[in-house]
Design a protein around this ligand. Structure first.
Ligand code: NAP
Length: 281
């Protein structure tokens, strides 16, 4: 798998696999085993998904069987709002407890899940310390708008986040955020990159015309668009066949015109609304 280089020199895979709404350890084992076979090592989890333990167990199985090393993997986890609130930003105990429980030794990426209004800046300052101690290899944020980046800087942050993870897909391209991130050398991880393949995405006329034209599936067209935009899609599937499909996107290229046409599908359509996931903001 090709990789992107983050602003601290670390490498991150160009496509990663999500784990939201996965609850079957056998399926997780199958997904991780298929991914490793395909050379796919990037995974995303979070305490609120309740998949940290399950994902770690599948990863450790692959390591034990000699199919991969810990250093081959790139694993994101997150700090959830309830954790930020409970410790007023001093979230170190949660990070250490999760590492102890999973046996993963370190997290490749620790992300703020949502900018919980009162505590996200203090949380970020704690994350900087964990990064400097090597407990986490990279730090980043999710669901930030430009004003949130400015707020952590005002609070005294001295490390530019390596990654911003936001809902991005052809129906929601976030031009203001992506410009800010490009300017500050922050790589974007795009979550819900297929817009969950809901009806209006799956049946979008342009995506289906391009699928026909390039001889690829609609999902491959969308994921290829992400990679060409410079985004790292975090795509979820419970099907090992789709792990192969979703990561087999490096042998073709969308033309400049087709790439731009997909970007023009933007209609600010989001699945995750701030008001629901981050009450009070
Ligand atoms: N930071 C945040 O706030 C945040 C929020 C949401 C999500 N995330 C992360 O991003 C990951 C992905 O987001 P998501 O699950 O919301 O959306 P997604 O990856 O855009 O879509 C997943 C859906 O698309 C289907 N799918 C996958 N590959 C497909 C293909 N090739 N053809 C047709 N359908 C396909 C999956 O079904 P099958 O499983 O049946 O294949 C599943 O129903 C999550 O798992 C999580 O790790 C982060």
């Amino acid at each position: 798998m090709e990789s992107v280089i983050l602003n601290n020199g670390c490498r991150m895979p160009k496509v990663m696999l999500g784990s939201f709404q996965m609850d079957d350890p056998a399926v997780m084992d199958d997904i991780v085993a298929t991914a490793v076979k395909e050379g796919v090592f990037g995974f995303d989890t979070s305490p609120s998904y309740k998949t940290e333990g399950m994902l770690a167990s599948s990863v450790l199985k692959q390591i034990k069987e000699g199919n991969a090393k810990r250093s081959d993997f790139f694993i994101d986890t997150k700090i959830d709002s309830w954790q930020m609130i409970a410790k007023k930003g001093d979230i170190r105990p949660y990070v250490m407890a999760a590492l102890d429980k999973t046996g993963l030794e370190y997290w490749d990426m620790l992300l703020i899940h949502w900018p919980q209004p009162e505590n996200f800046a203090a949380t970020y300052l704690t994350m900087e310390k964990l990064y400097e101690e090597g407990i986490v290899k990279n730090i980043g944020v999710c669901n930030f708008s430009v004003r949130h980046f400015e707020e952590i800087e005002k609070a005294g942050a001295h490390i530019v986040p390596m990654v911003a993870q936001n809902e991005i897909h052809p129906l929601n391209t976030e031009p203001e955020l992506t410009e800010y991130c490009r300017k500050h050398n922050i790589v974007i991880q795009a979550y819900s990159p297929l817009c969950r393949m809901i009806y209006k995405m799956k049946n979008n006329a342009l995506i289906n015309i391009l699928a026909e034209k390039y001889g690829k599936s609609p999902a491959q067209i969308i994921l290829r668009w992400h990679v060409q935009q410079g985004f790292v899609p975090i795509v979820k599937t419970s099907s090992s066949k789709r792990v192969i499909e979703n990561t087999d996107i490096f042998s073709f290229e969308l033309s400049k015109e087709d790439q731009e046409a997909v970007s023009k599908l933007d209609e600010h359509f989001k699945i995750f609304l701030e008001s629901r996931c981050c009450p009070g903001y």
